[in-house]
Design a protein around this ligand. Structure first.
Ligand code: K1U
Ligand code: ZN
Length: 169
């Protein structure tokens, strides 16, 4: 297992559109394990491949209280089944910033699991929000894209300043 570096806004790699996984094999299963370890270590409830510079359509998540119910979704898709709601979101790629985003309260999800089997389920509330947020990552989209240019530019400037202090590019 390995902890993977998490890309941070405004890294242009976060804008990459991920391509579908063509075969669920050992390489993909190892990547999923590494992403779960990285997600738990960062105290997130979700993580998309894009965030760790892996540009195939895979996300991991665990919205359980005990953080003991990991899920791996490969080539995930959804259709909305509920109303739109506002939710305050954070992002491991936009550390320390939180903003309200409009999302669907429930969605019907289809995906492959880590065995390559097709799964389908309804996700609600936090799970639904998390999956929409992670699929946005796979499409190169971030929650800051839903807020005003002014707020997004302020966040960009603050993170760029922080990255300079940390000696990151
Ligand atoms: O993709 C990521 O950056 C992870 C992100 C996913 C997320 C899920 C739901 C709403 C917003 C963002 C996080 O895990 S941020 C951590 C977080 O917001 C949270 C942690 C514990 C409980 C509830 C939320
Ligand atoms: Zn995120």
């Amino acid at each position: 297992m390995a902890l993977l570096p998490i890309l941070e806004f405004p890294d242009p790699k976060l804008r990459t559109k991920a391509t579908p996984v063509t075969e669920v094999n050992e390489r993909i299963r190892q990547q999923a394990k590494d992403m779960l370890e990285t997600m738990y270590h960062a105290q997130g409830i979700g993580l998309a491949g894009t965030q760790v510079d892996f540009h195939q359509r895979m996300l991991v998540m665990d919205v359980s209280e005990e953080q003991d119910q990991p899920m791996v979704l490969i080539n995930p898709e959804y259709v909305p089944t509920g109303e739109k709601i506002m939710w305050q979101e954070g992002c491991l790629s936009v550390p320390t910033f939180y903003e309200e985003v409009e999302r669907f309260a429930s969605i019907q999800v289809t995906a492959l699991n880590e065995q390559g089997e097709r799964i389908e389920f309804e996700a609600k509330d936090l799970a639904a929000i998390c999956i929409q947020h992670e699929i946005d990552h796979l499409d190169g989209k971030l929650f800051v894209d839903y807020i005003s240019n002014l707020k997004r530019n302020r966040i960009r400037q603050k993170l760029e300043k922080l990255h300079k202090l940390q000696g990151k590019a």
